[in-house]
Design a protein around this ligand. Structure first.
Ligand code: FAD
Length: 397
């Protein structure tokens, strides 16, 4: 097999793609703009199909050791404790991983880089910012800056895993239609043991309260608490330590003042690339699709793209015709992004941010009715763990 695959972006998607290709004997180079591995937690939920895929690379047990499994998760009313509890053990016959693994995405980056450094030394180049790309019928060419010098690299194929603001997607002129959500995502992390001071907590909690909704997730390292101030309310005040501390003190006074180990603000979008491939270049992960973070789907969808795409690239490098396979990649993974990931996360987003107390109560009753009915409960879990999405997309011809 000959032909290097160049990957732009050393986030979770680019690195998983690189490791999958390296394991198949493909020569691979990852160009990552950052000078070292990102340390921001961002994604924390790994869903079952992603864990099954990562297990084929020997990464899942490592992630489980670094994270925390959440077999149950809930929507809960803060003031009353009334809750709808979802129980992943109900679908233990459908997956080897009947839980949501709560583990920061930097852990996936770390274990993937370690594996690549061992198995394909030199494959990951940090501090390499891609500034231009071009392609002919036979090859791709990438221009990047590294150590203050402009360099170029040729390859047979290119994977653009360069995130939401993908320079490759922009350069190719591929549309990225959609909208920006009216609320931002503000996520903080603390090592304070919230579970020792709040009743009824599970590993994953979506709270409704009279003072706004929030998500609360327990990873191996910290409790992460995320809430959603309106986009147009963002100013220095809302980001100030005083406001953050006051918010956390309302949730759990026992920890105040909180020792914060991370606090970050993210804009959230629902967007989709017009096509996932153009010639010898394919988009994957956030470069191809964005969704609301509610439910924890973006990275999972991206890792699933990486497996799907690299499987096809290996076939192509072994002599299969490229166009039908790459068209199928777009059909399969674009459909997963639009029909499942965006649509389910959007429903989750709207439900969790419902302001009308009567409608919130109705939503809770609906969720409780689902959990009370075994078949509906299982169906809900299969959708919200992306198991149905993964199966549906793989079956698309
Ligand atoms: C608050 C929040 C919570 C989330 N929680 C979850 C969750 O629980 N579960 C989940 O599945 N998803 C979650 N997500 C989404 C998840 O973080 C993203 O989907 C994921 O990071 C996408 O990975 P990626 O590799 O495609 O892109 P990125 O992680 O953005 O990586 C892209 C990489 O490309 C590099 N790069 C960019 N431009 C260039 C260039 N020109 N040259 C070289 N390198 C470049 C960047 O430095 C970066 O390292 C969450 C998102 C947010 C904001």
């Amino acid at each position: 097999m000959d032909g290097r695959v160049i990957i732009v972006g050393g986030g979770p998607v680019g690195l998983v793609a690189a490791l999958k290709l390296a394991r198949a004997g493909v020569s691979v180079t990852v160009l990552e703009r950052a000078t070292e591995m990102h340390a921001e937690p961002r994604a924390s939920t790994f869903h079952a199909p992603t864990l099954e895929l990562l297990d084929t690379l020997g990464l899942t047990e490592k992630l489980i050791a670094l994270g925390r499994a959440a077999p149950q998760w809930q929507y809960r009313v803060f003031e009353t404790g009334d809750a709808a509890v979802f129980d992943m053990t109900l679908i233990a016959d459908e997956t080897r991983y009947p839980f949501r693994l709560q583990c920061e995405q930097f852990n996936l980056v770390k274990v993937a880089v370690e594996a690549l450094n061992r198995e394909a030394p030199g494959a990951v180049i940090f501090g390499a910012e891609v500034t231009d790309i071009s392609q002919t019928a036979d090859e791709v060419r990438v221009t990047f800056t590294h150590d203050g010098h402009t360099q170029s690299l040729n390859g047979a194929w290119l994977i653009a895993a360069d995130g939401a603001a993908s320079a490759v997607r922009t350069k190719l002129g591929i549309s990225f239609e959609g909208s920006t959500y009216p609320q931002v995502s503000f996520t903080v992390g603390t090592t304070f043991p919230l579970h020792e001071h709040m009743n009824g907590l599970l590993g994953v909690n979506y709270f409704w309260s009279d003072f706004g909704p929030w998500g609360q997730f327990r990873t191996g390292l910290m409790w992460r608490v995320g809430w959603s101030p309106p986009l147009d309310s963002i100013n220095e005040d809302i980001l100030s330590d005083d406001v953050v501390q006051a918010k956390l003190a309302k949730i759990c006074p026992a920890g105040a003042p909180y020792d914060l180990i991370t606090a970050r603000l993210y804009r959230t979008h629902r967007r989709i690339a017009g096509t996932f491939t153009q010639g010898r270049i394919a988009l994957a992960g956030d470069a191809a699709h964005l969704n609301s973070p509610t439910g924890g789907f973006g990275m999972n969808g991206g890792v699933q793209d990486a497996f799907n795409l690299t499987g096809k690239l290996v076939e192509i490098l072994n002599g299969a015709k490229a166009e039908p396979l790459l068209d199928r990649y777009t059909r399969q993974r674009r459909s997963a992004a639009v029909d499942d990931i965006q649509s389910t996360s959007d429903t989750n987003y709207r439900r969790h941010r419902e302001k009308d107390p009567a409608k919130r109560l109705e939503a809770l009753k609906d969720l409780q009715a689902i959990t009370a009915d075994r078949d509906r409960h299982r169906a809900y879990l299969l959708d919200n763990a992306l198991i149905n999405s993964y199966r549906r997309s793989e079956a698309i011809p």
